[in-house]
Design a protein. Structure first.
Length: 285
């Protein structure tokens, strides 16, 4: 059982005070994990180093959750990043048992990609491995590897861009031991984010997209000599000159795709924080 903040309110209070101090001094930064001795990312300033295993030990968050801290906050809206960093600590009750939370988050994103319907057998296998691991069963790394390779082979056999392949790839991404991995949750969430634009834009069909990509590639190849000489080349402007209608459609489609991705990314912190806040309080044995 992982007890948040070791069951000690003073540990939580000190962590919040540290974050608030860095926010007030504008030394809390967002993006990759960092610590330069005076400021850095949320993980960096919390540990004054940036080791997710150290964070897990100090504050009672599972390693898989600790490794998610900086990547998750980077998805928040710029004006909300500090708020999310504080909420990450505030929403967790002192003494809460966080050990089931990584598996619940994994299941959330696998389900969001339809894995329980579209890849039922691999989904069940991954769930069974995680459940066994959580119950204390020793699972050799070779078992994880064998299961992952079977799922990857099934994904390769599925149709490209199909929901089935996406669901299988998500299962393969999740097929790692949660107790010793600090990267499984960030990687799975990234897979879920990229999946938002797997399906073609109905307002800009596959035929138009292929035409646009072919024309862009042609322009790129034709302007290679100029770029080799160091000349500035505005490829989008050349695209608009050659085919204004196609270029406008392509740019509008790209804008819609970026908006879909951003909306989904902005929702990720709230999803994870809800699971952290729902962790149940457990008394020490």
């Amino acid at each position: 059982m992982t007890r948040a903040f070791g069951g000690d309110p003073a540990i939580k209070a000190a962590l919040l005070a540290r974050l608030e101090s860095h926010i007030a001094n504008s030394t809390l930064r967002f993006g990759g994990t960092s610590w330069d001795g005076s400021g850095g990312s949320p993980l960096g300033v919390s540990t004054e180093g940036g080791d997710s295993a150290d964070y897990a030990t100090r504050f009672g968050y599972p390693l898989a959750i600790a490794g998610l801290l900086d990547p998750l906050i980077a998805y928040a809206a710029p004006g909300q990043m500090s708020t999310v960093a504080l909420r990450w600590v505030e929403c967790v009750e002192v003494g809460a048992d966080l050990s089931p939370i990584p598996q619940r988050i994994v299941d959330h994103f696998l389900t969001a990609m339809g894995s329980e319907r579209l890849a039922a057998s691999p989904y069940a296998e991954v769930q069974a491995l995680h459940c066994a691991e959580a119950s204390g069963v020793a699972i050799h790394r070779s078992e994880w590897t064998a299961a992952r390779r079977r799922i990857e082979a099934a994904a390769e056999a599925a149709l490209p861009q199909s929901p089935e392949r996406a669901a299988l790839n998500a299962c393969a991404t999740a097929c790692w031991p949660l107790q010793t991995s600090s990267s499984i949750l960030p990687t799975l969430i990234l897979v879920w984010l990229h999946d938002v634009n797997r399906q073609a834009d109905p307002a800009f069909g596959e035929f138009e997209r292929k035409r646009a990509m072919a024309m862009l590639d042609e322009i790129y190849q034709q302007t290679q000599p100029m770029r080799d000489k160091g000349e500035a080349v505005d490829i989008p402007a050349l695209f608009r000159m050659r085919d204004p209608v196609l270029a406008a459609g392509f740019e509008a489609s790209l804008k819609r795709a970026n908006a879909r991705y951003l909306d989904r990314a902005r929702s990720a912190p709230g999803i994870v924080l809800a699971y952290l806040a729902a962790a149940k309080l457990r008394k020490a044995p």
